[in-house]
Design a binder for this molecule. Structure first.
Ligand code: GLU
Length: 400
């Protein structure tokens, strides 16, 4: 008889975002008229000049291994871009380019977390943070942040959750799934607590370009020398440049941390794809106008979504300030029956809505918020209009 699989690996849950996306794509391929608000990926195409850079790199035979942490040119371009956009200062030796920001976060955790170390996750959080901490044999510690603070964690909540075993916190602003963004003052208070306790901050800033209402994004690493030295800044090209499938993310960290991360990477993926690195280099160095037009389109979609959703009874949303997600509160529906089926949480709701309403969205049980649904509005205005019309019909007809 075969021995059992590893406990750690077996305990990992499938990514809800990717599972919903796969289900949605399969239904579409089968000819079902389903609308997808699942995975957060821009519906825009990768800009032409970026695609051309990828094609050129293949033609030029730039198709071999690169240094484990990425090419020197790309690491320099990351430093320049983040200095210009976020006012942070890094050297190429402090950059690790990975196969997507998700992989950067994973190797950051591997570099920081020993078995039993606690990692604080302000909830609602992105589903993969939780599972990655478990993969490192760490202990995820959730701090639930509710709508009264627009889902933002306060410094007092953080202070109360810290124990001698706390090693790190994962911050994500603008946030997936809530769309909220911390102000500079709010971040200063939180980071002050981390510095006091010597805790590392993994700051996922991948949505930094997607900020609305003229608000100003603030990077954790821009909050002074001590903040910088406690931070592993995570970013990438997926969301800002519509490059999800190219899989390029980057981490910025003090030399000793970057070195450990690059060593880990050298034994896991060797290095990110050489072709994708060339495309990312172009994305970061070329004029940035195309990003602004995508940002403006997302802002218009958010406005339309909020306005239309406010006319649907039984659900409510908190107005997001960035990223491209909206959290929908469905607490009022918990305990009710729709189409003869009991709704006990967002999983029940999302399953039934997909089946009867033909709309795919993400239940937030895996995000630490079981009574919420996440809508990604990185899809066309027509889809948003139709998706919300379907929601209204689903709720009305399901309760008859
Ligand atoms: N980050 C996106 C999301 O939350 C992409 C899918 C994933 O990697 O989880 O939908």
């Amino acid at each position: 008889m075969r021995k059992p699989l590893a406990k750690i690996g077996s305990a990992v849950q499938a990514s809800t975002t990717l599972a919903i996306d796969a289900m949605y794509k399969k239904m579409r391929a089968d000819g079902v008229d389903v609308i997808g608000f699942g995975a957060g990926e821009p519906d825009f195409d990768t800009p032409e000049h970026i695609k051309e850079a990828g094609i050129k790199s293949i033609r030029d035979n730039f198709t071999r291994y690169t240094p484990a942490a990425g090419t020197e040119a790309l690491r320099k371009a990351v430093c320049d871009r983040l200095a210009a956009d976020c006012g942070v200062s890094y050297k190429p030796s402090q950059i690790v380019v990975s196969s997507g920001a998700k992989h950067n976060i994973y190797i950051a955790l591997l570099a920081l977390v020993d078995p039993g170390d606690e990692v604080i996750l302000p909830a609602p959080y992105w589903v993969s943070y939780y599972e990655q901490v478990k993969l490192c044999a760490g202990v995820p510690v959730e701090i639930f942040c509710d709508e009264s603070t627009k889902f933002k964690m306060t410094a007092a909540q953080l202070e109360a959750a810290i124990t001698p075993n706390t090693k790190a916190i994962i911050l994500n602003s603008p946030s997936n799934p809530t769309g909220m963004m911390y102000s500079r003052q709010e971040l200063e208070a939180i980071v002050g607590v981390c510095i006091k306790h010597g805790i590392y901050i993994i700051s996922d800033e991948v949505y930094y370009r997607l900020v609305y209402d003229g608000a100003k994004f603030c990077s954790v690493a821009a909050l002074g020398e001590e903040a910088w030295s406690h931070t592993i800044l995570i970013n990438g090209v997926s969301k800002s440049y519509a490059m999800t499938g190219w899989r390029i993310g980057y981490a910025c960290a003090p030399d000793e941390i970057a070195k450990v991360m690059a060593n880990i990477q050298s034994h896991s993926t060797s290095a990110p794809s050489s072709v994708s690195q060339m495309a990312a280099l172009e994305a970061l160095k070329a004029p940035q106008e195309s990003i602004e037009s995508m940002r403006v389109a997302f802002e218009q979609r958010r406005d339309f979504f909020m306005q239309r959703a406010s006319t649907i009874s039984g659900v409510s949303c908190v107005r997001p300030e960035g990223a491209f997600y909206i959290m929908m509160n469905m607490e009022q529906l918990v305990g009710k029956t729709l189409y003869g089926q009991a709704i006990n949480n967002s999983d029940d709701f999302a399953k039934l809505f997909l089946e009867k309403g033909l709309v795919a969205l993400v239940p937030c049980s895996g995000f630490g918020a079981p009574n919420y649904l996440r809508w990604s509005y990185a899809t066309s205005m027509e889809n948003i209009r139709e998706g919300l019309d379907r929601l209204e019909r689903f709720l009305t007809e399901g309760q008859k």
